[in-house]
Design a binder for this molecule. Sequence first.
Ligand SMILES: NC(=O)c1ccc[n+]([C@@H]2O[C@H](COP(=O)([O-])OP(=O)(O)OC[C@H]3O[C@@H](n4cnc5c(N)ncnc54)[C@H](OP(=O)(O)O)[C@@H]3O)[C@@H](O)[C@H]2O)c1
Length: 352
Amino acid sequence: MALIIPRRLRDKVWPEPLPPLTSFEGQTVLLTGATGGLGLAAAVHFATLGGKVIMTARNLSQSDSVRDYVEQHAGIVGQGKIHIMELDMSQYSSCVSFVEQLKQSEAGRTGIDVAVLNAGVINVDFVRSPEGWEQTIQVNALSTTLLGLLLIQWMSQTSKNSILAPHLIFVTSRDHLDPNITTWPEWSSQEGLLQHFSDERNWPSGGFDPNYANSKLLLTYAVEEICKRAVGPNGTVDVIVNTVCPGLVYTDLGRSIAKMSRLMQLLVPIHTGILGKSADYGARFYVKAARTSKHEHGKYIQSLFTDEEYRSLAIPNLMTDTAMKVKALVWNEIITELKEKVPALRDLKDIS
Ligand SMILES: NC(=O)c1ccc[n+]([C@@H]2O[C@H](COP(=O)([O-])OP(=O)(O)OC[C@H]3O[C@@H](n4cnc5c(N)ncnc54)[C@H](OP(=O)(O)O)[C@@H]3O)[C@@H](O)[C@H]2O)c1
């Protein structure tokens, strides 16, 4: 679309405004994948705006440097408002024990006001997760959905004690518009979609990660189901759920693409350097998503398209009869997988 480049340049120059400094005072904000890039920048924003921030890292050896960075940049050194917890989303057991530890921590008493499920990957080489699925599908779609389901149950219960509805935010990407889903029903009836995306023979050698866009579309479908679980029996929204795209941002996400060749080593930083905005600017959309109203429950927060443009672009993957069929097939595969492997979800009720 011809408007994409000018809008990316606009967002690079004119940042999304931030709310007043005390906007998150007394609130607890959870950010997954916060050791770098957008997660780290978002931690600085939420902490500057008064929030207590719980950040996750795969490796706790980074804790001190990450905490120091956020405290210094938010001007809150020594206030004890930044906590780092371990989470490795390549394994369900880590996601489950992370949520259990969260409930045992101080957040178990106060509840979580904002949860931003930000962790994500792009791989160039095929990697299989310990759960048996291709790693991009595992982290961006399956484990993010698992965390979303575990958190929505808990946040819906704790929301009853708070005046403001909490926010559960899923970081997706514009790329969820890209997959051509017309063959998905056929793949689903043959080996299954998750199996298809996790078959190394379908992975192009030397190409871009074919599953990044697929994973973000799978997640977008799953979030529609999670949205239903955020609404109480009387139709009130207990937890405001949104998806968000930060736009093109200059981070380490493309590190594996840059490693593909010398040419890519040059092209990736040039592309994201010219068109991509800073992590500070991209993470402002997480702050925006954390302040949506109940009327915006389920909305995709982004700046690249107007709402009308997005509605039209989303027709093939989200609105057509094929899209409805694919959505149901995807959810069925995801929930079957999660219920089978995660005992904590075995009793999860279906919501139609
Ligand atoms: N950058 C963009 O242009 C852009 C555009 C649209 C959407 N997004 C989305 O924004 C989110 C953040 O991306 P970013 O650009 O900030 O990339 P990034 O700098 O690579 O950050 C990704 C974060 O995810 C964490 N992570 C990766 N694999 C994980 C795993 N198995 N378990 C737990 N955490 C894991 C990483 O932790 P480690 O430090 O341990 O690797 C890191 O903290 C992603 O969901 C991405 O898809 C980015």
